[in-house]
Design a protein around this ligand. Structure first.
Ligand code: AGP
Length: 614
């Protein structure tokens, strides 16, 4: 969701900015722009749509820009104002001397805008960001110092921002600051890089500085000065990034999503290494810093997350309650933060997030932390803002996920929840030893079983083609796989724009059944176990309304052949572990439908990978 880049140093800046923006494309965007410091003045170039449009816009200017060594760039995900060239960043003040790029939302921009218009500022765009450009420029007019102007201006701003700013009169100087939005500074030799995320800088340097909220960094090719919001000088902490630059390649797959689906067996293997050796050895989870006595007596857990991570959390609830007998509440972060929640120092609060930057989850985590709860974060980004809030951090180590639709990070979150639930069950002795052994042994077989599904993906591809012309899709399941139905539907919606909905199958007859007729595909997630027969009856009810029935099953029951028009079979698995196995065909189904429809699979419309605004 919006991405910013910046560079000041000795190298030609244009390629660095464009390449950096390309590495941030996965975040989702609808327009882009750069501002380049040229010998006479800063020049701004913008375009609607994909980065290739910006490249085209820049092509005729390549020669004149070739020698420039400082600039800022932006990909915009529209919040205030349509995705047009005028609204694209960078934004400038009246005279064009000051140029900024911004990630975040300014909540009090209307009041500020009125005030600035009264002072003669002329707004060209509908964005909240332009307010910041005018505000800083106005203050600069009085104080004649960019750093000071930024510090004074940000005190007046309410909301979230990461900002990168240049001024014609401040030679070779980039000023950056942030509050509740991600920003990383890469430290090179006689140069600095600025970005919303590591992929934009990792090929240049592994040395990085993460700004904390309200800090202001002033960068020139040779120096970095770090200050707090009042101008007090601070010592920057340089970290070494645990990243490899090769991570962002499709490795021969048509899309990142397909590649990431295929990585899932290895993702699970990597997570289990060092934590689960054999079905008879105890789970090792040193990342959990809650002492064992407290864990034993824990009487409440809250899990907060959004989107796909919320679905992983729902399965987490199911297994923690089943394995450990501890009540677990799961809530969408955006709901959690705006009500009076009962959380205290006796509650374990688990935040789940692929990116570790989701604004709603981050706010919810901070609220719970302030009330004294122990914060356990399950994230794919150990370098994220959420990770920095964690008392216990379980990194899911799925590797960077580029496709906006989460796949391998979801499977990694589930695997981490299984380890956590089994770990707590061992400490609490809440599960019979033979059941523990059976589940651990089942976990160890998952990678191989997923490989079997991937080896027969043509059947899923065929199914996807058969149903790709539908406008609606219903997924039904019961028990532990109800969240799988939600996640299957979410995947399809996200990348194919088909109206897909997941229901607990028992709820069908309380309303949704009215939707069923011969045009409606209904996919039953029919895993053997406690609710198999019940779900079969619910599927019969749907069939009786002429729905087009699809089964995703690990049963070879012959009666399924009469009931279902299409059957996708997956390997046998213990019911409690089946959400991982069941999800793989649903990811593939969504992928193949979207691919068949010619959709932009990795960067679906309107979506952002990292949702850094509330
Ligand atoms: C997943 O496919 C989605 N793109 C989205 O629902 C995502 O899961 C959600 O925005 C939460 O993101 P997070 O896991 O990074 O917090």
């Amino acid at each position: 969701m919006c991405g910013i880049v910046g560079y000041v140093g000795k190298k030609p800046v244009l390629d660095i900015l464009l390449d950096g923006l390309e590495q941030l494309e996965y975040r989702g965007y609808d327009s882009s722009g750069v501002a380049i410091k040229c010998p006479d003045a800063i020049k701004v170039y913008k375009a609607e749509g994909k980065l290739s449009n910006l490249r085209e816009e820049l092509a005729p200017h390549a020669y004149e820009l070739a020698k420039s060594t400082m600039g800022i760039g932006h990909i915009r995900w529209a919040t205030h104002g349509a995705p047009t060239v005028i609204n694209a960043h960078p934004h400038t003040c009246n005279c064009g001397n000051l140029v900024i790029v911004h990630n975040g939302i300014i909540e009090n921009y209307k009041e500020l805008k009125e005030e600035l218009e009264a002072k003669g500022c002329v707004f060209k765009s509908q964005t909240d960001t332009e307010t910041i450009a005018h505000l800083i420029a106005n203050i600069y007019g009085e104080v004649k110092d960019l750093t000071k102007a930024v510090q004074l201006a940000t005190k007046r701003i309410q909301g979230a921002y990461a900002l990168c700013i240049m001024h014609n009169d401040e030679k070779d100087k980039l000023v950056v600051t942030k509050r509740n939005a991600p920003l990383v500074i890469g430290v090179g030799e006689h140069e600095f890089y600025v970005a919303s995320d590591v992929p934009a800088i990792i090929k240049h340097t592994k040395r990085a500085i993460y700004l904390t909220d309200n800090q202001v960094a002033v960068l020139t090719p040779e120096t970095m000065v770090l200050q707090d919001e009042n101008g007090k000088e601070l010592t920057p902490k340089v970290e070494i990034l645990p990243w490899e630059p090769v991570a962002l390649s499709k490795m021969g797959y048509k899309h990142f999503m397909l590649k990431e689906i295929h990585e899932q067996p290895d993702v699970i293997r990597n997570i289990l290494v060092g934590k689960l050796h054999t079905s008879n050895s105890p789970i090792i989870l040193d990342e959990v810093k809650v002492n064992k006595e407290t864990l034993k007596n824990l009487n409440r857990i809250q899990v907060i997350a959004c989107g796909t991570s919320l679905h992983a959390a729902m399965i987490g609830k199911y297994i923690i309650e089943d394995f450990c007998g501890i009540p677990v509440d799961v809530e969408a972060s955006s709901e959690y933060i705006y009500r009076k929640t009962v959380t205290d120092e006796h509650t374990l609060v688990i935040g789940v997030s692929q990116s570790g930057e989701t604004a709603d989850t981050l706010t919810a985590i901070k609220q719970s932390k302030a009330r004294g709860s122990h914060i356990l974060i399950i994230t794919n980004r150990p370098d994220s803002a959420m990770a920095r809030e964690a008392d216990s951090l379980i990194p899911v180590s799925a590797g960077i996920e580029v496709s906006v639709a989460a796949t391998k990070s979801y499977i990694a979150q589930l695997t981490s929840f299984y380890l956590l639930a089994l770990y707590m069950a061992e400490i609490k002795s809440s599960m019979p030893a033979d059941k523990l052994t059976e589940l651990k042994s089942g976990l160890l077989t998952l990678p191989q079983k997923i490989e079997q599904i991937l080896a027969h993906k043509e059947n899923i591809q065929k199914c996807a083609r058969k149903y790709s012309s539908t406008r609606d899709f219903i997924y039904i399941a019961r028990g532990i796989n109800y969240p799988t139905a939600l996640e299957g539907a979410l995947k399809l919606k996200e990348i194919s724009y088909i109206n897909a909905t997941g229901y607990p199958a028992g709820e069908l007859k309380h309303g949704p059944i009215a939707m069923l007729d011969e045009t409606m595909p209904v996919l039953s997630i029919l895993m053997k176990g406690s609710v198999y027969e019940k779900l079969l009856s619910n599927s019969e009810e749907a069939k009786a309304r002429n729905a087009r029935m699809i089964a995703l099953t690990n049963s070879d029951d012959e009666k399924l052949d009469d009931l279902f028009d299409y059957i996708i079979r997956v390997p046998e698995i213990e019911e409690l572990l089946s959400p991982i196995i069941a999800m793989i065909p649903l990811q593939l189904m969504a992928y193949y439908i979207a691919e068949f429809l010619g959709k932009d699979v990795d960067q679906p419309r309107n979506l952002a990978k990292s949702v850094t605004v509330e």
